[in-house]
Design a protein around this ligand. Structure first.
Ligand code: ADP
Length: 481
């Protein structure tokens, strides 16, 4: 059954999968089919890894850092030129509201601008050693990097993971998520247009348990970057371990926002709602728990509920506060959490509204605030990956810290207090990769190192830290006596 769908990019050529099979692509806003992608598998991954290996040992390995950077910067400009087209594709494919899709594409361009500028600034070091010796520490690319990314921010993830890897001198094989990768296909065309050499960026669309598993278990990759669920993260890490391949894993979160009774409540409220409805809660760093000091609990949740009631949900092109979730599976999973919470007697205290553009075939969920939720309940422990916020009261600083650190996750946290000493005490004791004080950056800035503790993963992406992940140091000892 040949359908001539060519979404696999190897050695600068577009092709069908070797099995000629395809995967249907659905628009979350309507549930309707909007196209197909190639169902790549092990045979395609083998070709992609071989192409990346050849480019690493050849053209890319011989390209000066400044020239790599120039190509990446050029791609950043190209993405900015095509921003509206890319944003429309991203919104259609993921269901996210147009304004968020536009932000995402601007961020994607910025990743290439940032890492394009950084490519020739990753300096080495020298170390004082014995007399008559000179010691140099140089940073070398890891080699062929495999990238497996999720569907929630396809374009941004492409920028975050590919720009950093290429800037550091690696070649890449990317397996995007089967649920949403149309923007990545277009971004890859743009990368080709600006002159990224053959074999440097290879993309194999396909299913996780086929193409993804083939990439993560491949014997000829040197590094793996994975963003996705903790469950798949475990599989990836096991596959990497079998081949002794180092990896960076960015997994889920159950990130707390901690509100003390001296907080600037008016400043906190919109940020707290924004951090759970952004991308309809489908953000690893979503602020999905709000911990509220008991003295202001009632007052605060009442104001929060009022804001949640004002949130409007509709199709991506209606451009409201929230779009649909990615799929029927995801919708049913989130509704499962809400149904079990109801059965457990947990009160819904605020809920957004569906707009008429939220047609019945789409995967819509009303953003929901529930509370008070016991800190051990699944809603307070598990990642829902939907627009569900749980309110949890606490007594004092120690209690807040205990609850905040009391999940298996540790990605980011927000602290809302005017007390400077408390800000720093908590920031140092929270077991998370990013702490925001009197603010919250779900998704965060490109310049800011990002990653987890515990079940949220390990390694860091974004900022200069990512360049360190994508390189390895080499010590050169020169005896000049
Ligand atoms: P999510 O819950 O966000 O869908 P997943 O962890 O399921 O996250 O998916 C993230 C990425 O991992 C996707 O590109 C998916 O195709 C891929 N993936 C899923 N299962 C596997 C697997 N067994 N091996 C490798 N990659 C996988």
């Amino acid at each position: 059954m040949s359908k001539s769908v060519k979404t696999i990019f190897i050695n600068n050529k577009w092709s069908e999968s070797s099995n000629h099979d395809t995967i249907n692509v659905v628009a979350p806003s309507t549930g309707a089919s909007i196209g197909e992608i190639s169902r790549g598998d092990k045979a395609d991954i083998d070709l992609a890894v071989a192409a990346a290996r050849q480019a690493f040992e050849g053209v890319w390995g011989n390209t000066a850092a400044a020239d790599r950077g120039r190509l990446l910067s050029r791609l950043g400009l190209k993405i900015a030129e095509h921003a509206e087209e890319l944003a429309q594709l991203e919104a259609l494919d993921t269901g996210k509201a147009m304004k968020l899709a536009r932000n995402d594409i601007a961020a994607t361009a910025r990743y290439f601008e940032y890492y394009g500028g950084a490519a020739d600034k990753l300096h080495g070091d020298t170390i004082p050693f014995l007399n008559d010796y000179q010691v140099l520490i140089i940073r070398e690319p890891r080699g062929v990097a495999g990238h497996i990314i999720p569907w929630n921010y396809p374009a941004q993830m492409f920028g975050r993971t590919i720009a950093a890897a290429l800037a550091a001198g690696n070649t890449t094989v990317l397996k995007p998520a089967e649920e949403a990768c149309l923007s990545i296909i277009r971004l890859t065309e743009l990368a080709h247009e600006v002159g990224i050499p053959a074999g440097v960026l290879n993309v194999v669309t396909g299913n996780g348990d086929e193409a993804g598993a083939a990439l993560s278990s491949h014997k000829d990759i040197d590094f793996l970057s994975f963003t996705g669920s903790p469950e798949v993260g475990t599989l990836i890490q096991k596959a990497a371990a079998d081949n002794h391949v180092p990896c960076v894993l960015e997994l889920g979160g159950k990130s707390p926002q901690i509100v003390f009774d001296d907080a600037d409540i008016e400043k906190a409220l919109p940020v707290i709602v924004g951090a759970i409805i952004q991308n309809t809660g489908q953000t690893c760093s979503a602020g999905s728990r709000v911990l509220i000091q008991r003295t202001i609990y009632e007052e605060f949740v009442t104001a929060l509920a009022k804001r949640m009631n004002g949130v409007r949900v509709g199709s991506h092109d209606a451009d409201l506060d929230c779009g649909p979730v990615i799929s029927a599976v995801q919708r049913d999973r989130v509704n499962g959490f809400l149904d079990r919470a109801k059965a457990d007697g947990i009160a819904v205290i605020g809920q957004g509204k569906l707009d008429p553009s939220a047609v019945s075939g789409g995967f819509y969920i009303k953003p929901t605030l529930l509370g008070p939720v016991d800190e051990e309940h699944e809603l307070a422990q598990d990642e829902v990956f939907g627009p569900v916020l749980v309110a949890i009261p606490f007594d004092d600083e120690d209690d807040a810290l205990r609850i905040a650190n009391g999940t298996e996750f540790g990605l980011i946290a927000g602290i809302w207090t005017e007390n400077g000493g408390r800000q720093m005490r908590l920031a140092k004791k929270l077991r998370v990769g990013q702490v925001y004080i009197n603010g919250y950056g779900a998704g965060g800035g490109i310049e800011l190192p990002f990653g987890g503790f515990k079940r949220s993963g390990h390694g860091r992406e974004k900022g200069f830290e990512a360049l360190k992940e994508y390189t390895v140091s080499k010590t050169i000892v020169i005896n000049h006596k």
